[in-house]
Design a protein around this ligand. Structure first.
Ligand SMILES: [Zn+2]
Length: 268
């Protein structure tokens, strides 16, 4: 059975803050309609390398996307590629590095900010390039793509939590409040997405530290949440998913052929 999937990647959201600050998502968990897992991100705990890890199931040392300054197309196969090979429709509302990894590099705002090209791995996209681009606008961008194109796979990737962490650090009201704001925004969409038949994963690339950065092995930099919602998930407390299994597990949900590791226990 094939499903439509929405992947929400809340950039820079640490697990402990996700656990206590995301009240709407935790209400789904308390009602037995979602489950929260703890993932340990691959290394280094940096954005561009881990976008590639999440979307291709390949570690940064193997992908070659080893830091944020590597500006080139991914040489791996991503969820977007597997979905396209299966004849599925793809879309993303995301930071411009996602466009650079899977569509075209370097990013040319006039050409790439709004993308509509059925021949590209990400066929429909709205890509932003300011870290303070409001999450409220980003979620609206994503919802617009969803309503207009009805993609089988949609990536939703807001940046304000990471931006607050770089300005104020992990242990700050600004960082925690930006996580709470993302949850309030998600509350506008989650039930609608579920009612339209989407399976939903909400995760983060990496966490945040008190030095207003992230790269290494501190638990607060490395531990990130994975919430799953939808009737294709087992919600089993025994599942132990890893970041490397997200790509393959999403492809299983899409019924798209792939050759990546899967967390079977996450699925029914
Ligand atoms: Zn960051």
């Amino acid at each position: 059975m094939s499903h439509k999937v929405i992947l929400v990647m809340l950039d820079g959201l640490n697990y402990q803050v996700a656990r206590h600050a995301l009240g709407h998502l935790q209400a789904f968990c308390a009602a037995g309609r979602a489950a929260l897992y703890k993932l340990e991100c691959e290394l280094p705990a940096l954005s561009r390398p881990l976008y590639e890890t999440i979307l291709t199931g390949i570690t940064p040392i193997d992908s070659g996307i080893v830091n944020n300054d590597v500006v080139r197309l991914s040489s791996g196969s991503s969820v977007f590629h597997y979905a396209r090979s299966a004849g599925l429709k793809t879309a993303a509302a995301a930071y411009h590095w996602i466009s650079e990894l899977y569509n075209r590099a370097p990013f040319d705002a006039g050409r790439d900010r709004h993308t509509s090209d059925a021949s590209l791995p990400i066929q429909y996209g709205h890509f932003y390039y300011a870290d303070h681009y409001p999450d409220s606008h980003l979620f609206a961008d994503a919802e617009s793509l969803r309503r207009v194109h009805q993609p089988d796979f949609l990536l939703v990737h807001p940046m304000n939590i990471d931006d607050a962490g770089h300005k104020h650090g992990l242990d700050s009201s600004q960082y925690r409040n930006s996580a709470r704001s993302a949850d309030v925004l998600l509350a506008n969409y989650l039930q609608r997405w579920l009612d339209d038949g989407y399976q939903i994963l909400v995760t983060a690339d990496h966490g945040m530290n008190n030095d207003r950065s992230h790269n290494g092995l501190l638990p607060e930099e490395r531990e990130v949440p994975l919430f799953v919602l939808g009737d294709a998930f087992s919600l089993s407390a025994n599942a132990q998913p890893s970041q490397l299994q997200l790509c393959g597990t999403i492809c299983e949900l899409l019924s798209a052929h792939h050759d990546k590791p899967v967390c079977r226990e996450l699925l029914k």
